[in-house]
Design a protein around this ligand. Structure first.
Ligand SMILES: Cc1cc2nc3c(=O)[nH]c(=O)nc-3n(C[C@H](O)[C@H](O)[C@H](O)COP(=O)(O)O)c2cc1C
Length: 140
């Protein structure tokens, strides 16, 4: 069984659109606090949270990971790296012994994305895919 775990915050909901291309049971990572609507505020506050490694709060998720052998982690690249909310999810919900797909949504700046992401995954997982969508188009 496959779980698709998605985090998406911009008004275009790029990651959510990408996540819908994959088959599986979908779960959305949601912020505990209201999401900033403007792009400027998102860049400023969420960029700050991500760069300073600030721990952020997400809403509790009703997910039983033991049901799944394959997990898709779909989320936007922030400041070139794994974003603060996907990081919060990975810290709170133990993903172990799974086949993992890391799927990035971005505008082209993703150089350190997979390195920073892998650091938050347990070594028991097998990373079977690292894919990048730039403005909704699969490039890698
Ligand atoms: C705080 C912040 C930082 C971002 N940093 C990057 C970046 O480093 N590289 C990049 O290509 N896009 C960056 N973006 C753009 C988003 O990754 C991109 O628009 C993504 O597709 C948005 O996905 P979403 O609609 O699911 O939120 C950033 C956006 C925000 C809000």
């Amino acid at each position: 069984m496959k779980a698709i775990i998605v985090h998406s915050t911009s008004s275009k909901e790029m990651s959510l659109k990408i996540a819908k291309n994959y088959e599986g049971e979908m779960y959305r990572i949601e912020h505990l606090k209201p999401v900033y609507k403007s792009r400027f505020a998102q860049l400023f506050f969420y960029g700050f949270q991500t760069v300073t490694n600030k721990s952020v709060k997400i809403k509790p998720m009703d997910i039983d990971l033991s049901k799944y052998d394959e997990v898709y982690l779909v989320s936007p690249v922030w400041a070139g790296r794994i974003n603060a909310y996907m990081k919060a999810f990975l810290k709170q919900y133990q993903i172990k012994n799974k086949k993992v797909h890391i799927i990035a949504s971005c505008e082209g700046g993703y150089k350190n994305y997979f390195i920073t992401f892998r650091a938050f995954l347990d070594p028991s997982n097998e990373i079977v895919e690292e894919a990048v969508y730039v403005n909704n188009e699969l490039v890698k």
